[in-house]
Design a protein. Structure first.
Length: 180
């Protein structure tokens, strides 16, 4: 069955179609939630809430992007909402006043594995980690990231640049200076 047919059946509240879409996307979306939450129980909760929201709002899905991309944005937003809800206190810096030069060089030493980069990313402060993760892992651009995180594009670019700098420092410390 074609995905668009499945989505249309879901719009008609067809439970079998909803179950089929759930089975098709649950594993991948669980991985997305885990990249943010790092806890399987929390990721499972967010995953369930995301699918409930997706099925409740499925009439808003217009097919401008794939269903998977639309659902992924819901999962990311729900993950970030979950993290925000767990925070007791949040201090925000006004980074809009800073001017940052773009630096598109994301190269690291060939000796550094993807697992090491991922581990180093988990050591970044949250405000940098989410921007770096959305940019590098999820493939969003500055405009999309700024919408998802409710930041200005300037703040997004600033946090990406700072996060990249901290990520490189973490990798250098781990490899004793073999990073670029």
């Amino acid at each position: 069955m074609f995905q668009i047919d499945l989505v249309e059946r879901c719009k008609a509240n067809d439970r079998k179609a909803q179950l089929k879409l759930y089975r098709q996307y649950c594993e991948g979306m669980f991985c997305v939630a885990m990249r943010f939450l790092k806890d399987p129980d929390d990721a499972e909760d967010v995953l369930q809430e995301s699918f409930i929201k997706a099925f409740q709002k499925i009439d808003q899905f217009k097919g401008e992007v794939t269903f998977g991309a639309w659902l992924k944005r819901i999962v990311i937003n729900k993950s970030l909402d979950f993290i925000k809800a767990k925070k007791v206190r949040h201090v925000q810096l006004n980074e809009n006043l800073l001017h940052i030069a773009e630096d598109e060089d994301w190269s690291v030493s060939d000796e550094i594995s993807v697992a090491e980069v991922s581990e180093a990313m988990s050591g970044l402060p949250e405000k940098y980690r989410y921007v770096v993760q959305l940019y590098l892992v999820e493939g969003y651009d500055h405009g999309e990231i700024s919408q998802i995180l409710d930041l200005t594009e300037t703040t997004c670019r600033t946090r990406l640049l700072r996060g990249k700098g901290q990520l490189k420092e973490l990798l250098k410390a781990k490899r004793y200076g073999t990073g670029s």
